[in-house]
Design a protein around this ligand. Structure first.
Ligand SMILES: [Fe+2]
Length: 472
């Protein structure tokens, strides 16, 4: 009887002598087994195909088709089967050649005539036990395979000393680009694809002792040349206190790593931006007349850059440089900045030096874009009339040309100690009448469009105080 189903084993008894068949059935008992009978090989094969018996007792010498022929036929039919049907050959032949022929035909075991029922019963019990065990193993393997092959995680089971793969789940192809056969073909492939910088790290971690609670983060080189981040759990297989194998469960965590890196980058960017803003307002503390000037220039410069369809990294650069464009004024004596009326040539030349000082302050800082250069050039003009270098046309970075225009528009519409606010209209008039000479024509036109559209506003009002003053 089979343990998992409680079903009686079905035995096909094949013998040309009916009396032998009946004696066996009577001795084994119909309460213990179900029986099928065949009087020759042909009938046996037919019943085998139709009824799928669990065990076949097969006489060797029979008319029409003998036991060896029937056995060969059955084995041929079962070539693809996961478990061949056990065949017990009943024979009075005791010569070695017949036994060899029987084994060659696929017989599992022999029993001599006259049949000793006790021996037969024990053989049958052993065969059923074996079948029971094979079936349980098959089902458990099937369950494991189903689980492993449908799981998102990749399972690799290896045997050590000597190294060989015992199981590799097909999902490995999705993670590494190599299929299961490629791994079986090259036992070293698994270690070869570990990114060389992580190979030593992994060795060290494993030498410290494998713990199934430890997760190993390593990078592997995908077949397409890209690095894949993998998180692995390594479970040692231990027999007699010796690690004889490893079960490695791995998952692709590239997306998680990418998200982490993006979050880190965003938070660094945010921290940098906050620092830049803090620095920007610190400079303006010394000069209340220009309080908020850099912030307002940054707002307008960003609007112009967007109007000109610049990409995001360049827009960010315009914003950062605009927020810091007057950082060089930190070295100018405060009384120059708030002095009403005209400045002397010397005072003016000191003020004109501020882009150089700004460049020197910012140059050592590693920005992704040339922020220091942009600040250096924000007073340059297209016709070469600007300062400090007198650069012209394309010699001036586009970002600096944008900040140049935004700076003029904001400054002219705000009050300065040396003059009253001129107003936005006059500021825009200045831009439109100097397109292509003082100001880059494309930048100037984009600035005019920004105001024409009417959806731009400075977030804080420019400083306005009606007083007379010179123009600087
Ligand atoms: Fe400036």
């Amino acid at each position: 009887m089979f343990s998992d189903t409680g079903r009686k084993a079905l035995i096909l008894i094949v013998d040309d002598q009916e009396i032998i068949r009946k004696k066996v059935i009577e001795a084994l008992g119909v309460d213990n087994y179900d029986f099928l009978e065949a009087e020759d090989g042909q009938r046996a094969v037919q019943l085998f195909l139709e009824k799928h018996p669990d065990i076949i007792m097969l006489d060797a010498v029979m008319p029409k088709m003998n036991g060896f022929e029937a056995c060969r036929f059955i084995r041929e039919t079962e070539k693809e089967a996961h478990a061949p049907t056990p065949i017990l050959m009943i024979t009075s032949l005791s010569d070695v050649d017949s036994v060899n022929e029987g084994f060659a035909a696929g017989v599992n075991d022999f029993i001599q005539k006259p049949i000793n029922i006790d021996i037969l019963r024990r053989r049958l019990e052993l065969m059923i036990k074996q079948q029971d065990y094979d079936e349980k193993l098959r089902k458990s393997e099937e369950r494991f395979r189903m689980m492993a092959e449908n799981a998102l995680d990749c399972i690799v089971m290896v045997r050590l000393n000597p190294f060989r793969y015992e199981y590799i789940s097909p999902v490995i192809e999705r993670i590494t680009g190599y299929n299961v056969d490629e791994f079986y073909h090259d036992p070293r492939l698994l270690s070869k694809i570990i990114y060389h910088r992580d190979r030593e790290k992994l060795k060290l971690m494993i030498n410290e002792g494998i713990s199934e609670h430890q997760l190993y983060d390593i990078r592997i080189m995908h077949k397409n040349g890209q690095l894949v981040f993998v998180e692995s759990q390594v479970v040692p297989v231990i027999t007699n206190k010796t690690v004889i194998g490893l079960q490695i469960i791995s998952r692709d965590i590239s997306q998680r790593k990418k998200d982490e890196m993006r979050r880190r980058l965003e938070s660094t960017k945010k921290a940098l931006f906050e620092t830049v803003k803090a620095l920007s307002s610190t400079i303006e503390i010394r000069d209340p007349y220009t309080s908020g000037h850099q912030n307002r220039v940054a707002e307008l410069a960003v609007a112009i850059a967007k109007e000109m369809d610049l990409d995001n990294p360049r827009i960010d650069a315009v914003q950062t440089a605009a927020l810091l464009h007057d950082i060089g004024k930190i070295t100018i004596p405060a009384e120059y900045l708030s002095k009403p009326g005209d400045l002397s040539d010397l005072e003016f030349s000191i003020i004109k030096h501020h882009p150089v000082v700004g460049y020197e302050i910012l140059q050592p800082i590693e920005f992704h874009r040339p922020i220091a250069q942009i600040v250096y050039q924000h007073h340059e003009r297209i016709d070469g009339s600007g300062y400090p270098l007198g650069l012209a046309g394309d010699e001036i970075l586009l970002e600096a040309r944008i900040i140049g225009v935004a700076d003029v528009v904001e400054a002219m519409s705000s009050h300065r100690p040396y003059r009253a606010a001129l107003g936005l209209d006059i500021a825009l008039q200045e831009v439109s009448s100097h397109l292509g000479d003082r100001y880059d024509a494309d930048v100037g036109k984009a600035c005019l469009r920004v105001f024409e559209k009417g959806d731009f506003m400075f977030s804080s009002a420019p400083f306005r105080k009606q007083t007379d003053g010179g123009k600087r």
